[in-house]
Design a protein around this ligand. Structure first.
Ligand code: RB5
Length: 142
């Protein structure tokens, strides 16, 4: 199960991402926000990260204007590895090397076409399971 969260700055793009996930038959839980009215991104980052750390969801997607505020909030949670991606190479690498569990994107920095490719790349790339990457990820938590 995928956890989704956005603020007003990411609301429009999140609607596109949800339609895309529906087409792919990927299940998600939408933690809001549910309109384009101004709100505070940490509310939604915290809901999504809690769903992941408590085991309800395995991965998350967070969207705000830039993806940055969402990632700053998400990475304060132990066990969350959130990456802001605005290109497919980063989306592939952060899954393969960092075993990222939260994808953050910015509606004001990536267009919808690219955002959906980034989403697919993130969701379809497995962690490499290589020892050097496991060691480095463990060092993040030290
Ligand atoms: C909202 O204006 C904007 O600051 C927010 O969506 C995000 O970009 C913060 O990092």
């Amino acid at each position: 199960m995928l956890a989704l969260g956005c603020d007003h700055g990411g609301y429009g793009l999140m609607q596109e991402v949800k339609a895309h996930l529906d087409k792919r038959g990927i299940e998600y839980r939408d933690f809001g926000t549910y309109s384009a009215e101004s709100t505070d991104y940490p509310i939604y980052a915290k809901k999504v990260c809690t769903a992941i750390t408590e085991g309800e969801c395995e991965f998350g997607i967070l969207i705000c204007g830039t993806g940055i505020g969402m990632s700053m909030t998400a990475n304060k949670f132990k066990g969350i590895r959130a990456a802001v991606c605005s290109d497919c190479f980063s989306a592939q690498a952060t899954r393969s090397h960092n075993n990222a569990n939260v994808l953050c994107m910015g509606e004001r920095t990536v267009g919808p076409g690219l955002a959906l490719l980034i989403t697919d790349t993130f969701l379809d790339t497995p962690f490499s399971e290589e020892e050097r990457h496991k060691r480095r990820i463990a060092m993040i938590e030290d």
